[in-house]
Design a binder for this molecule. Sequence first.
Ligand code: SAM
Length: 286
Amino acid sequence: MAGELRQNLNRYGIRAKKGLGQNFLADPNYVARIIDAADLSAGDVVVEIGPGPATLTGDLARAVGPSGKVIAVEVDESLRPLLSDLCRDHPQVDILWQDALKVDYDAVTQPWRGDKPFVLVANLPYYITTPILMRLLEGGFAVSRLVVMVQKEVADRMLAPAGHSDYGALSVAIQYRCAPTLVTKVPPGAFIPPPKVSSAVVRLDRRTSPPVDVTDEAAFFRVVRAAFNQRRKTLLNALGALGVPLTKEEMATRLTTAGIDTGRRGETLNLEEFAKAADALYREAS
Ligand code: SAM
């Protein structure tokens, strides 16, 4: 596959663009791991972000069959001749030449999926991993699961439990909205050209309801951000930056009553404790 990829890149005069995060997957074992993890059936609708030289696209098309649909979103129009030729045998693939950060995913998939959700598969361009994932997860789109290649370090943060040094606002955001699992780590040598960092494939199963009771989601995420913005401070000091109309003593009393020790560092709180802290600080005075 590495030989075929090189040949295609040469034949179409394509040089990988660093600025667009173009590290193309050249090892068929990892392609197979991604396709397996996506768990696709005939008739499914898949969105692929960044098909590049169609490394995954043909296998995605085969997995959903002729009754399915693959919508591949690619921003680099210089790939048009290569990608169009490689996808010619798969009429169920549509290529959208757009910026993945601007696509209305529900609108572009709706004609094929009806009320069913779609699946997202991507070897993501690393320079926009977090904004793309947050847009997909917070944009209210009908996506049921995401199988994404990300930097290993980002995968570690997505999967980290409370208290771990990798645990942060991204861990909470991902774990609140999804059940994440590590599919596989991927070494730099699996790509052409090899990236400077290791990578990992993560599967994110979208939750149908949050794993903890949150009264006010915006307040919950404000508390999470404040706690991690000042990781070295105790929870009480870090949450001072929230600007809630309470004295420090009142904040301390409310948090303690909610069962949260204010001397702890924010990074030790699990999702349930963040939810309790947000409720305690943002509820009307009783
Ligand atoms: N899927 C191919 C593979 O696995 O080898 C290519 C993956 S490469 C890491 C990332 C791809 O995302 C590139 O083809 C790049 O041009 C594309 N890309 C970068 N920024 C993008 C954006 N804003 N919207 C859509 N595609 C983008």
